[in-house]
Design a binder for this molecule. Structure first.
Ligand SMILES: C[S@@+](CC[C@H](N)C(=O)[O-])C[C@H]1O[C@@H](n2cnc3c(N)ncnc32)[C@H](O)[C@@H]1O
Length: 278
């Protein structure tokens, strides 16, 4: 869940330096959704892994949980499957609908868009695959994850698979904080601050556009002014082993694990494939 409070570390310093120019927002709300989408549209991470797992797995419709603006939904539709895209945020789903409106009609007609909570859903149909990518599992607390697993188990067709990506800190010696520069699909450059002390229960992500001008760069030139959208997100941390244990407890047996990151990466992301033990 997003908390709109001053983040710790460099992200917080950036907000403080902006003073009343800062427009603090969540990553998936009206102000934040276009920023998230700009970055997501430039990020192909995980898409190929999920699409190929679906292509080579059980037949039948696909449920894309926490679908957002459709980073996986559109490529999944392109495989010829029927896809139900579920997300809590009306703002993210508006972006998905706009994208679908530009897609070829046969593709668009195979997509059902649902605003709902992945921690408790009842779609009254079964799916060959249920996908929860982008490590969005970390957006739920323990009770939310228990509800998710119950809902997933109730919606898997016989032989169906749950594909869920999970992230953990790769190395306890890694720095507490990392600042990187990333570019969105629009060409806009953003400062991304991640604050994640070893062993912490949550990590903080802060995203603000890179500003040009003397105020931001120290270089001669006109100082930046006007409002600046700063997205703040606070997400739970987890261990892959703990999630596997939770899945087993919920009757979802691990049928495969695929590492999605490499040696030396700050995050270890694994795509888990689970089947119903029923
Ligand atoms: C990291 S984004 C991933 C979006 C998309 N899958 C992608 O890869 O770009 C997480 C998404 O989860 C959604 N979300 C957050 N909590 C949710 C919940 N309880 N149920 C459904 N969606 C949720 C947010 O609105 C957001 O679109």
């Amino acid at each position: 869940m997003t908390t709109l409070t001053l983040p710790p570390g460099l992200g917080g310093e950036r907000v403080t330096a902006l003073g009343d120019r800062a427009r603090l927002c969540g990553l998936y709300d009206t102000l934040g959704a276009p920023v998230y989408d700009d970055l997501a549209a430039a990020d192909g991470f995980e898409i190929g892994d999920i699409v190929s797992a679906v292509r080579t797995g059980a037949e039948g419709p696909v449920l894309d949980l926490a679908a957002g603006a459709g980073r996986f939904t559109l490529p999944l539709l392109a495989t010829g499957r029927e896809v139900t895209a579920l997300d809590l945020s009306a703002d993210m789903l508006d972006l998905l609908r706009a994208r679908l409106a530009k897609a070829p009609r046969p593709m668009r007609e195979r997509c059902t868009v649902v605003q709902g909570d992945m921690a408790a859903f009842d779609l009254r149909r079964a799916f060959g695959h249920i996908v929860l990518g982008t490590t969005s599992l970390s957006l739920l607390d323990e009770a939310g994850r228990a509800g998710l697993y119950r809902s997933v188990a109730a919606h898997l067709a016989p032989g169906g698979r749950f594909l869920v990506s999970v992230m953990e800190r790769a190395d306890d010696d890694a720095p507490t904080e990392v600042h990187s520069r990333v570019r969105g699909a629009s060409g806009t450059a953003y400062d991304l601050y991640e604050y994640w002390p070893a062993g912490a229960a949550v990590r903080h992500v802060t995203i603000a556009p890179v500003e040009t001008g003397s105020e931001a760069t120290g270089a001669p030139g006109k100082a930046a002014d006007g409002p600046v959208t700063v997205c703040v997100d606070e997400v739970g941390t987890m261990s892959i082993a703990a999630i596997e244990a939770e899945l087993a407890e919920a009757g979802l047996t691990i049928a495969g694990r695929r590492p999605l990151t490499g040696m030396g990466d700050r995050h270890r992301v694994t795509l888990l494939k689970a089947v119903s033990a029923r």
